[in-house]
Design a protein around this ligand. Structure first.
Ligand SMILES: [Zn+2]
Length: 129
């Protein structure tokens, strides 16, 4: 949990919903922010808080999965977007993947998923940065 520069996934304990994010800071710090977002008094709640409030579900805070470790910000963003698209029931907003075109991202996700090859995935991520 003390990792930096990671792409992570927080999953709901009670359904298929999940959230993928990236941070250059310590994962632990970012996860704490996600968890405490529900207590803030101002501003609109995050997508995670909204899911907790609307469904009464809780997230697996102790089992946040690290999907990728990447020190380059751009590559981390691409990795984040591909992993957002790979989710069964993403809580992420559409704006989280705007950096890449929908068509390109769809091809990227289907190719990397079909071949199940992380090396190929790395190649695509590298070629886009
Ligand atoms: Zn849920």
């Amino acid at each position: 949990m003390s990792h930096c520069n990671v792409v992570y996934k927080i999953s709901c304990e009670d359904c298929n919903a999940s959230y993928v994010g990236q941070t250059k800071r310590k994962l632990q710090t970012r996860v704490k922010e996600h968890r405490n977002d529900i207590n803030k008094k101002f501003g609109s709640p995050s997508v995670i808080s909204t899911h907790r409030l609307e469904s009464g579900h809780e997230f697996r805070w102790g089992h946040v999965v690290i999907l990728d470790e990447e020190s380059s910000y751009k590559r981390r963003l691409v990795s984040e977007m591909v992993n957002i698209k790979r989710q069964v029931k993403p809580l992420n907003l559409q704006s989280d993947t705007q950096f890449l075109s929908e068509e390109y991202l769809t091809v990227l996700v289907s190719l990397t998923s079909a071949l199940g090859c992380d090396l190929l995935f790395s190649y695509f991520v590298l070629s886009t940065t």
